[in-house]
Design a protein around this ligand. Structure first.
Ligand SMILES: NC(=O)c1ccc[n+]([C@@H]2O[C@H](COP(=O)([O-])OP(=O)(O)OC[C@H]3O[C@@H](n4cnc5c(N)ncnc54)[C@H](OP(=O)(O)O)[C@@H]3O)[C@@H](O)[C@H]2O)c1
Length: 374
C-alpha cells in the first residue's frame, strides 16, 4: 500500500487531501496538534466530517494514523514517532501546514511555522521519503503584473504582506535542503482557494464567504434594522476588468495528488491556479443575481473610495479587507508545467455559476446561524 505523510490536515486543503488519499486506499500519517483540550485525532475527525457535513464511514479511518506534533517544536516528538512506526523509504510527504494569516501578530512565529516547519519535517523524515510535495502560494509573486512563469521566484518583487514573504523564503530554503539531501521536490503554488465547486462548502472565510456575509448583512439592514441608514448606492473599490484568480478547492486537491503521484512529474514548480479566471464584473454580477439584489442596490465600481463612504460601504470594506488587495489582479499565472502532467487540467475548473453561488450562500448562512447559536 502507498504511504503518505500529510501536514495541515485539520485545515481547509489538508483535510480534503487526507480524505481523498484515504479513499484512494493510501496509508495516511497526519501530523498536527491538539488544541484547547481537544485531541488532534478528534480535531482531524471533525475536519474530515465537515467536508460534506455528514460523518464519514469510520472504517475508512483504519489507515489513518494521527501524530500529535507541532511542526515548530518537533525534534523529540518526531524521533519517537519515527521509531514507533514503520515508515518505508517510499513515503510521500505532502507538506500543507502553514500560518496563512496575511499580517500575523508575530511575524517571527509565522516564519517559524512557514519556513522552519517544513525544514524540521524534511530533516526528520528524509530517510523515509521518496518525494516531497511542498504547498506554497502563487502569491510568492507578490505585486508583479503580467505573465508569471512557474520557474520564476525572486524577481525583486514587492510583497503585500508577511505571509507572502515567508512563503517565498520557505520555497528557497526547502529547495536548498532537498538539493542537499538529493530528495525529489515538487513545489505547488495554489492561488486563492474558494469553496468546493460541488458542495459550496468551505470551513474558512474565503473571499466568497466574506461576500455572502456582507450581502446578508446588507439585506438584513434593508429589511429589519431601523437604527442604521444603509445606502442604496454601493461602490466596490475594485476594477471590474481585473481577474482575481479564485480556484475551487476540489480540483486543487486532485492536482496536488497528481503532482505527488505522477511518475513523470519532474521536480519543478507547478502553478495550481484557475486557468481562465472570471472578471470582477462577472463575479459581482453573478453574486448580485444569486442574492436577488440586482435591482435592490445601485452597484458601481470605483478605483478608490473618496474620503467619505456610506455605512454599507464601510461594512463591506471591513469584511472584505483581507481579500481586497488580491481582487485587483493584473497578473496571469502560467500553468504550462501543470498542464504537462495533467492534460485535462483546464476542464477540471468549472465556471462560476449562480447555482454554485446558491450553494455557497446556503452553506455560509447556515454556518453563520450555527455560530450565532453557540
Ligand atoms: N487557502 C488558500 O487560499 C491558499 C492559497 C494558496 C496557498 N495556500 C497554502 O496552502 C496551505 C494550507 O492552507 P489552508 O487554507 O488549508 O490553511 P488552514 O485552513 O489555515 O490550515 C492550516 C493548517 O496548518 C496547520 N498548522 C499551522 N501551524 C502549525 C504548527 N505549528 N504545527 C502543526 N500544524 C500547524 C494548522 O493546524 P491547526 O488546525 O492546529 O492550526 C492547519 O491544519 C498553506 O501552506 C497555505 O500557504 C492556501
Amino acid at each position: 500500500m502507498k504511504t503518505a505523510i500529510v501536514t495541515g490536515a485539520t485545515g481547509f486543503i489538508g483535510s480534503r487531501l487526507a480524505l481523498k488519499l484515504l479513499k484512494q486506499g493510501w496509508i495516511v500519517h497526519v501530523l498536527g496538534r491538539s488544541k484547547n483540550s481537544t485531541s488532534f485525532e478528534t480535531r482531524i475527525f471533525h475536519a474530515i466530517d465537515d467536508i460534506t457535513g455528514v460523518p464519514e464511514n469510520r472504517a475508512l479511518f483504519k489507515n489513518l494514523f494521527c501524530h500529535d506534533v507541532d511542526i515548530c517544536n518537533p525534534r523529540l516528538e518526531m524521533q519517537n514517532l519515527i521509531h514507533s512506526h514503520h515508515f518505508d523509504s517510499e513515503t510521500l510527504l505532502f507538506h500543507v501546514a502553514g500560518d496563512t494569516r496575511f499580517n500575523p501578530p508575530s511575524p517571527e512565529m509565522q516564519h517559524n511555522i512557514n519556513v522552519s516547519g517544513p525544514l524540521n519535517i524534511i530533516k526528520a523524515f528524509h530517510n523515509h521519503l521518496s518525494k516531497v510535495v511542498h504547498v506554497s502560494t502563487a502569491y510568492v509573486a507578490g505585486k508583479r503584473k503580467g505573465k508569471i512563469l512557474e520557474g520564476e521566484l525572486d524577481e525583486g518583487q514587492e510583497h503585500r504582506n508577511n505571509y507572502e514573504k515567508s512563503k517565498l523564503s520557505a520555497e528557497v530554503e526547502v529547495t536548498k535542503l532537498c538539493e542537499q539531501l538529493q530528495l525529489p521536490l515538487c513545489i505547488t503554488r495554489p492561488s486563492i482557494i474558494i469553496n468546493d465547486s460541488v458542495t459550496g462548502r468551505s470551513p474558512t472565510l474565503t473571499h466568497f464567504n466574506a461576500l455572502v456575509y456582507v450581502v446578508t448583512r446588507i439585506q438584513k439592514h434593508f429589511k429589519n434594522d431601523k437604527n442604521v441608514n444603509p445606502s442604496k448606492e454601493f461602490r466596490m473599490p475594485i476594477d471590474p476588468t481585473a481577474r482575481p484568480n479564485l480556484a475551487p478547492v476540489n480540483p486543487i486537491v486532485d492536482a496536488l495528488i497528481k503532482v505527488g503521484t505522477e511518475s513523470t512529474a519532474p521536480c519543478k514548480t507547478y502553478h495550481l491556479c484557475h486557468p481562465h479566471p472570471q472578471s470582477n464584473y462577472e463575479i459581482v454580477k453573478l453574486m448580485a443575481q444569486a442574492f436577488g439584489i440586482q435591482d435592490f442596490i445601485n452597484l458601481s465600481f470605483v478605483y478608490k473610495f473618496p474620503e467619505k463612504f456610506s455605512y454599507t460601504e464601510e461594512m463591506m470594506l471591513r469584511s472584505l479587507k483581507q481579500y481586497l488587495p488580491y481582487l485587483n489582479e493584473y497578473c496571469e499565472f502560467d500553468v504550462t508545467n501543470t498542464r504537462s502532467i495533467i492534460p485535462d487540467y483546464d476542464s477540471t475548473f468549472p465556471v462560476i455559476t449562480p447555482d454554485y453561488l446558491d450553494k455557497v450562500i446556503y452553506y455560509q448562512r447556515h454556518r453563520q446561524l450555527r455560530e450565532s447559536h453557540h
